[in-house]
Design a binder for this molecule. Structure first.
Ligand SMILES: NC(=O)c1ccc[n+]([C@@H]2O[C@H](COP(=O)([O-])OP(=O)(O)OC[C@H]3O[C@@H](n4cnc5c(N)ncnc54)[C@H](OP(=O)(O)O)[C@@H]3O)[C@@H](O)[C@H]2O)c1
Length: 275
């Protein structure tokens, strides 16, 4: 773990920055004076986020990017490095969820699509950013999920993609020992964003439910991003959100069936919310 990171003037690429966690993280880092590169597929929302970042005291470049396209990920990193002269941090945050039991899934494309966005998108961006991060002794951040640590019903493809993310970044962290590049894996629980709207259903189409309520078991976006920024500044190796989840990790070693029941109940209790 390198020295604490002060984000003033730091050049940070964030994928999935057009809404939700990525948007609020961008604005929070902009308040600290970061120089941001904002990526997602849709240009218009990115423009609005960039305006918020500039208003908050940061700098913002937008690069519409589909992270499932390796060339687009290469172009994103190249444009960012050209504009700012370096890359200090990459936040692989773009993500897509699902909400369907495996036996109900008719469109197997759900599995491919979720893996492409959540896992391969992070791999591609990391591949292109790493040479820059080595030079800056920078920080790699993966926004995974508690489903990257334990299975959750109705999220088979999503949990598989987040387990892949966890395995990839845990392995890469070891390869990067001694280079000065730190790897932080963040595992949020339920966070109040519109991710459920966009989650894929059994037919492979977005289920389009109303945004998640901030009720019991759901963290506010502000709190989630506050914790993320703190972990990034400390260059932590991981951030597992919520106390019950942190306890659950240890419980899983001794009584995994109990953790399965917690996971099932969490999904029911959150009336179909994510992740
Ligand atoms: N909210 C939760 O409860 C929760 C919990 C645990 C983990 N997470 C993780 O946190 C991250 C952000 O989630 P969120 O809740 O903020 O979700 P969100 O509100 O649905 O935002 C998802 C972001 O990803 C972008 N995106 C989707 N597909 C993309 C693609 N192919 N290429 C580039 N960008 C793409 C979206 O923009 P475009 O559609 O314009 O591309 C959007 O900016 C995800 O990795 C998610 O799995 C969320």
């Amino acid at each position: 773990m390198g020295p604490a990171m002060d984000f003033a003037g730091k050049r940070v690429i964030i994928t999935g920055a057009s809404t939700g966690i990525g948007e609020e993280l961008a604005v929070s880092l902009a308040r600290k004076g970061a120089r941001l590169t904002l990526a997602a597929r849709s240009r218009e929302p990115l423009k609005e986020v960039a305006a918020r970042c500039v208003g908050a005291g940061g700098e913002a470049l937008i690069v519409p990017t589909d992270v499932t396209d390796p060339n687009a990920c290469g172009a994103l990193v190249a444009e960012s490095a050209e504009r700012y002269g370096a890359v200090d941090a990459l936040v692989c945050n773009a993500g897509l969820s699902m909400w369907a039991r495996f036996e109900d899934v008719q469109d197997l494309g759900v599995f491919e699509r979720i893996m492409q966005v959540n896992y391969l998108g992070a791999v591609y961006c990391t591949h292109y950013a790493l040479p820059h991060l080595r030079k800056s002794r920078g920080l790699l951040v993966a926004v995974s999920s508690l489903t990257g640590i334990t299975g959750v019903p109705t999220r088979t493809a999503y949990a598989a993609s987040k387990h892949a993310v966890q395995g990839f970044f845990d392995s890469l962290r070891i390869e990067l020992q001694g280079t000065g590049v730190d790897v932080l894996v963040i595992s949020p629980g339920f966070v109040a964003t519109g991710i459920r709207d966009r989650a894929l259903g059994a037919d492979g189409r977005p289920i389009g439910k109303s945004p998640r309520r901030e009720d019991r078991g759901t963290m506010s976006l502000d709190e989630c991003v506050r914790e993320m920024v703190r972990a990034m500044e400390a260059r932590q190796r991981e951030l597992v959100m919520t106390r019950p989840a942190r306890i659950g990790r240890f419980l899983k070693l001794v009584t995994p069936g109990l953790v399965d029941r917690f996971a099932a109940r969490a999904v029911q209790g959150n009336s179909g919310s994510e992740d």
